[in-house]
Design a protein around this ligand. Structure first.
Ligand code: BDP
Length: 651
């Protein structure tokens, strides 16, 4: 976002929507409405990994042509889930190549008979490259995990005799190459005295396990043949009125009418409009505020869109309801402003990672994590290092948890990764991220990468292009990437709105010397601020900690060391907090799985919670700090109370 007042965007908003996405169609979250039905395909799918030497037997034998069991043995695989930790077969845990999923489904009669109905197959994410067949017909391909993709399959289902039995086959390849995001390399080990013929390993340059599979929901949903394809909303504030700029894209026909109503949280209509674009004015607006910043956080309106259209088969109507939070975001030289007030990010970095599901979406885990965030007094997180499930983003809107939305641009560590093919793909991924998440009030900033080799000239150009592209897609939000480079060498920092810095003083450098943290942190902040005069977020810091390890005076890997390291960082952060440091995000919310290595003990243990979501001592320390900061920065000033504090054994 360019520096300047939020009000300016109110006027410019509608014009700027002209920067349309290169993608075809919108990616509205599927919902049931009087005109739309959903059929979830979560549950057990048939599954097979292609262990053949070239991993291509599935294509050579065309496994998609017939039911999967006919071409060989299958196993049950739950969806959503990563496939890696489900079976007892170690080869599957480390598998690299194509895996095959299949599921049969019988459709409701109306879906196959009513030609005014459009049937869509939507896959929440498939990591990392996916090909989809419906009844053996090649239907859809998608590159990149962590983002949804879909296809209109009406033509395939609205044929033939009843009942319409659908066989969905999805082949997924988790191989990471120099042009995927994240990138990786395949290394063939050719010393036959050590490795069998054809032996290869997947190298990655990031610190989390490359879980793969159908990790989010798969579903079928319907719309009428003329339908609401996309909605884009931006908001601003003028005195005590909220302004909601909307733009709606309709597909299927040009003969339609659109009616738009904005409802408050009590379902009272507060504004209405017609047509594909316009501005709704909400006098006496209730703003969307972050958690703990205001006594009434996360206020959501509902934008009800009603379409009526004429088709050759008669009239159709379509309904879609979008939650809308009215808020402004702006950046000055030293502040991050939400609704014109300084906002301080006190939060966490996360991973979508837990137990045997790997990165599989899970409702209990989602709710538990948000309860822990609120217990902690956290008001923000970064989706390190890839976009999280859409349900997570919805929860952030509802709970007022502010999000730095990061794309899977992680592990851009080698010069060869900054090539034109990657750049093009990276821009496309940003289009998909913005398309999916643009309407979430919780999202205040896009992060295009984590710790790229930003000291390289080629990285400078690459980052400049991706950031500019992201800004053109969404001029209403800030854009950043997360750096661990030296301030004097970083070639990407000139293009960001907010500087995000990762540093691990007394962990990866000067191990054990906690006494150096304050000095080194002060030097870091001063150097960066002097050079760039932009607000800074400490986007990672932390220490590996094995829950239950104790040593006093503190030694590395103990709970005492993690606490002491945090305390030293906090003293350093407090020196700059009211000046230009606008946030701190601990690494990490919870322990998470990584590749095996001599420096990882069953994964990364920098969590303040274990992988099972139990607190280490540092969680209590951080909780005290976050609630203290919340009470200092609350607007209008009053003391906030944790919902969990009363009668809590922890107070
Ligand atoms: C940072 C990375 C993060 C790692 C962390 C660590 O951004 O993904 O997990 O270091 O080493 O550099 O714990």
């Amino acid at each position: 976002m360019a520096r300047g007042s939020a009000v300016a965007w109110a006027a410019l908003g509608p014009l700027l929507w002209g920067c349309a996405l290169g993608l075809q169609g919108g990616m509205l979250y599927p919902q049931e409405s009087p005109s739309r039905e959903c059929k979830e395909l979560d549950g057990l799918w048939s599954f097979r990994a292609d262990f053949s030497d070239n991993r291509r037997r599935g294509f050579e034998e065309q496994w998609y042509r017939r039911p999967l069991w006919e071409s060989g043995p299958t196993v049950d695989m739950p969806v959503p889930s990563s496939f890696n930790d489900i079976s007892q077969d170690w080869r599957l845990r480390h598998f690299v190549g194509w895996v095959w999923y299949e599921r049969e489904v019988i459709l409701p009669e109306r879906w196959t008979q009513d030609l005014r109905t459009r049937v869509v197959l939507r896959i929440g994410s498939a990591h990392s490259y996916a090909i989809v067949w419906v009844n053996g017909v090649d239907t859809l391909e998608h590159e990149g995990g962590y983002l949804p993709f879909e296809a209109d399959i009406s033509n395939l289902v609205q044929v033939g005799p009843l009942p319409s039995r659908l066989r969905i086959t999805i082949a997924i390849n988790n191989t990471l190459t120099p042009t995927t995001l994240p990138p990786g390399t395949i290394q063939y080990l050719t010393d036959t005295s050590k490795y069998p013929k054809g032996y290869f390993v997947q190298n990655t340059y990031f610190d989390f396990f490359n879980y793969a599979g159908l990790q989010r929901s798969v579903l079928l949903y319907t719309t009428p043949t003329t339908y609401i394809d996309d909605i884009t909303v931006t908001t601003s504030v003028e005195q005590d009125s909220g302004l909601v700029n909307y733009q709606i894209s309709v597909k299927g026909s040009n003969l339609f009418k659109l009616e738009v109503r904005l409802l408050d949280a009590e379902n009272k209509v507060v504004a209405n409009g017609t047509g594909t674009q316009g501005q709704l004015k909400v006098p006496g607006v209730s703003l969307w505020w972050p958690y703990l910043m205001h006594e009434r956080p996360a206020y959501l309106y509902s934008l009800e869109v009603q379409l009526t259209a004429q088709t050759s088969l008669g009239p159709v109507s379509d309904f879609y309801t979008l939650p809308v939070g009215i808020r402004t975001v702006a950046v000055t030289k030293s502040q991050f402003l939400i609704n014109g007030k300084p906002f301080y990010f006190h939060g966490v970095n996360k991973h979508e990672d837990a137990d045997i599901r790997g990165k599989g979406f899970d409702w209990p885990l989602l709710v538990k994590d948000f309860n822990l965030l609120r217990w902690l007094g956290a008001n923000a997180f970064r989706t390190s290092h890839y976009p999280y499930a859409e349900e997570v983003m919805q929860m952030c809107d509802r709970y007022g948890i502010v999000v730095i939305d990061e794309c899977p641009g992680v592990g851009l560590a080698l010069p060869q990764f900054f090539n034109n093919v990657s750049l093009h793909h990276h821009m496309q991924v940003m289009e998909e991220v913005v398309r999916r998440d643009k309407n979430h009030p919780a999202v205040v900033m896009w992060s295009v990468a984590n710790e790229p080799a930003s000291h390289l000239e080629s990285a400078g150009y690459y980052l400049k292009m991706v950031i500019a592209h992201t800004k053109s897609l969404d001029p209403s939000r800030s854009v950043t990437f997360v750096s661990n480079s030296n301030y004097a060498a970083d070639k990407g920092a000139p293009y960001v709105d907010v500087i995000c810095l990762n540093s691990y003083y007394s962990w990866y450098h000067d191990y054990g010397h906690l006494e150096l943290i304050q000095l080194q942190l002060a030097t870091q902040f001063e150097n960066w601020y002097k050079k760039y005069q932009k607000p800074i977020i400490q986007s990672e810091y932390g220490a590996e900690t094995i829950a239950g390890f104790h040593q006093d005076p503190p030694l590395m890997f103990t709970e005492e060391y993690q606490k002491s390291l945090l305390e030293q960082y906090h003293l350093g952060l407090d020196q700059k907090r009211r000046k230009y440091v606008v946030g701190e995000l601990i690494w990490n919310f919870a322990d998470f799985m990584t590749e095996q290595s001599p420096t990882r003990v069953l994964g990364n243990k920098k969590g303040i919670f274990t992988r099972q979501r139990q607190p280490k001592s540092a969680a209590f320390l951080l909780r005290e700090r976050y609630w203290k900061i919340a009470n200092e920065t609350r607007y209008p000033h009053s003391v906030a109370k944790s919902q969990c504090l009363e009668n809590s054994p922890f107070t």
